[in-house]
Design a protein around this ligand. Structure first.
Ligand code: CP3
Length: 327
């Protein structure tokens, strides 16, 4: 088990580092990035670390003018709206463009006793920031480009998939033992749109990672209507949000695909009693094998870290019980 966004603002020790350095400064400093990657492992005893970085970090490394604005999210100075604008997106060579990436992973792995998960942004989600110029609730401009200029759209997504493959390959070569692709915003697409305009590129991304030999996880938010197409991208595991019960997800995804999820992060803002019941409900519906406990989305910034540690204890107690390790 681990938590998406387990490193970050819910932890006072992260906020202390953030007082001295910006998010970009942290990601560019192997010492600081390693420190904040390790913080949730030390505090909560989760079973995996996730590299501290952001989905837009590789874009910034190849010169895209992108800024992560507090309380807003990534903002892109020159949005991508035409074939000409694709020139901003050159090939990503991690060893040259982002030497800190491999160095951070090596430093983290030298201090970790649990696996490190590497990650990258999914092609639709990164394209949405690039086309919109910033966060958007509907991804309307991105979807309009997708429908009106499918060739430019496809070229954009393919470049983003290649950037993700380059980044994830560098992370695995430096020691990451699993990878997750965050394609958070795909839920705004219909099944037909996803299948026609996104899925072939996601499949290419996962094919490009196959030779690395590590588990590959795919996560999107609000994907109840997309589970069948997602079942064919070639991922080893699929992360579900709280909208789909895990037992339903189990029936709708191929048997060889593991599941990850799906406690509603809002449960962390409720009472202890409610939280315990919500965790129990997730565990009741979880498959016996091929399962990773997680939230259905990231840890809320105002979550009580003590409650997160409590969730880790509950899940570990349940797991030990099922394996017959505790009386
Ligand atoms: O612990 C971890 O999970 C690793 C760190 C991580 C961050 N971003 C650090 C971060 C990960 C995995 C991400 C992924 C990410 N970034 C996603 C996909 C996951 C998801 O939430 O759906 C997305 C969509 C982004 C884009 C992004 N970056 C947003 C929307 C924000 C929030 C802006 C805000 O202030 O509300 C960021 C900034 C960001 N990335 C923060 C952290 C810890 C918070 C900003 C800070 O500390 O200044």
């Amino acid at each position: 088990m681990w938590f998406m966004r387990q490193a970050g603002r819910s932890l006072p020790e992260y906020r202390a580092v953030r007082e001295r350095a910006t998010l970009v400064e942290i990601t560019h400093s192997p010492e600081l990035a390693a420190e904040v990657t390790l913080q949730p492992v030390r505090r909560h005893g989760v079973d995996a670390a996730i590299l501290f970085s952001d989905i837009v970090t590789p874009l910034e490394a190849i010169g895209v003018d992108v800024e992560i604005r507090a309380g807003v999210g990534p903002v892109v100075a020159t949005p991508v709206r035409s074939a000409r604008d694709l020139r901003q997106l050159r090939e990503f060579e991690p060893a040259v463009d982002a030497p800190w990436l491999g160095e951070t992973v090596r430093l983290v792995c030298s201090e970790l006793s649990v696996p490190l998960i590497g990650f990258a942004g999914g092609p639709f989600t990164l394209a949405s920031y690039l086309v919109e110029g910033g966060p958007s609730k509907t991804q309307a401009r991105a979807k309009a480009l997708m429908l009106s200029d499918p060739a430019t759209w496809r070229a954009l997504l393919e470049r983003l998939a290649d950037i993700a493959v380059a980044s994830l390959t560098a992370q695995v070569q430096a020691g990451a033992q699993a990878v997750q692709v965050f394609d958070s915003w795909i839920g705004s697409l219909s099944a037909r749109q996803y299948t026609m305009h996104v899925l072939p590129v996601v499949r290419r991304l996962f094919d490009g990672l196959a030779a690395l030999g590590v588990p590959r996880i795919y996560f999107g938010l609000g994907t109840s209507h997309l589970l069948e197409p997602i079942g064919s991208i070639g991922a080893d595991a699929v992360g579900l949000d709280w909208r789909v019960p895990l037992d339903e997800g189990r029936m709708r995804l191929p048997a060889e695909v593991a599941l990850q999820g799906n406690l509603d992060p809002v449960a962390l803002l409720a009472t202890h009693q409610v939280l315990d019941a919500e965790v129990a409900e997730v565990l009741t519906r979880a498959p016996d094998r091929g399962y990773v406990f997680n939230l259905g989305h990231g840890v809320p910034a105002d979550a009580d870290p003590g409650l997160l540690t409590h969730v880790v204890e509950l899940v570990h107690a349940h797991h030990g019980h099922r394996q017959g390790l505790t009386p």
